[in-house]
Design a protein around this ligand. Sequence first.
Ligand SMILES: Nc1ncnc2c1ncn2[C@@H]1O[C@H](COP(=O)(O)OP(=O)(O)O)[C@@H](O)[C@H]1O
Ligand SMILES: [Mg+2]
Length: 270
Amino acid sequence: MTDMPQIALRNVTHAYKTDDGPLPVLRDLNIDIPEGEFCAVVGPSGCGKSTLTRLIAGLMRADEGDVILHGEMVKGPKNTVGMAFQNPVLLEWRTIMDNVLLPLEIVPTKLTKAQQRERAMSLLELVGLRGFEDKRPSELSGGMRQRASLCRAIVHKPEVLILDEPFGALDAFTREDLWQTMHNLRAEEPFTALLITHDLRESIFLADEVVVLSGRPATAQYKLKVTFEGERKLDDLYTQKATDMLSILRHQIEIAQGRVPNDNSGGEAA
Ligand SMILES: Nc1ncnc2c1ncn2[C@@H]1O[C@H](COP(=O)(O)OP(=O)(O)O)[C@@H](O)[C@H]1O
Ligand SMILES: [Mg+2]
């Protein structure tokens, strides 16, 4: 553990070039995520959340500012980053096991083939997919596919995990199951996570800190430390503390959407 944040965005500013001229998407965005912490990012639709994940993953460069992963500027894709998206994009011609093993075919590893399978198997077990390793993706439910895609995202032990609305397409109960799975994975596998979500309950259940982005061009409008005590349980979401946090976040989203004036003044505001 060091004091250096594992993920740092420093004054990140970006615009897309479009036929109608530049479209400013991110403006002076600053986010610090310490090693091992889980940060959720929420914000209005189209404000630049997926853009942010592409910048951290090194899939594109920001016009201005720095994206820093453990002290190093991101200049291109790194294999110390794992990603999962709303659509799990598993390869249908591969079994679930072979889908999970995919990153190990790309990222250099010291593991033997047998050790790789063993590692994939233990992750599948952890997310409740033991017995499904030889199935094809289409034989699994949406929730199961997303579990498999989480295993694939972390099979190569990335330092950083980027999740772009991975539970967005699932029904409410499956989603809550997956939240619990996420906690189980986190207890077993050390990683620093950034989760994009539009579900405020999900953000406070999973994250140590929630960052609310403003409308486009997005900047960090508000940061909320999540302060549940001990191991998180779904019941925590029905407490007064949760209601208070959710009401703050909902209000901040309304500000970000331009529905109510911005009354942020010091405090926890970014
Ligand atoms: N490659 C691109 N070229 C031009 N505009 C883009 C591109 N990707 C996204 N955009 C636009 O940038 C804005 C932010 O997109 P995105 O980061 O996907 O938002 P979010 O994930 O918050 O919904 C949107 O208005 C979107 O239409
Ligand atoms: Mg998006």
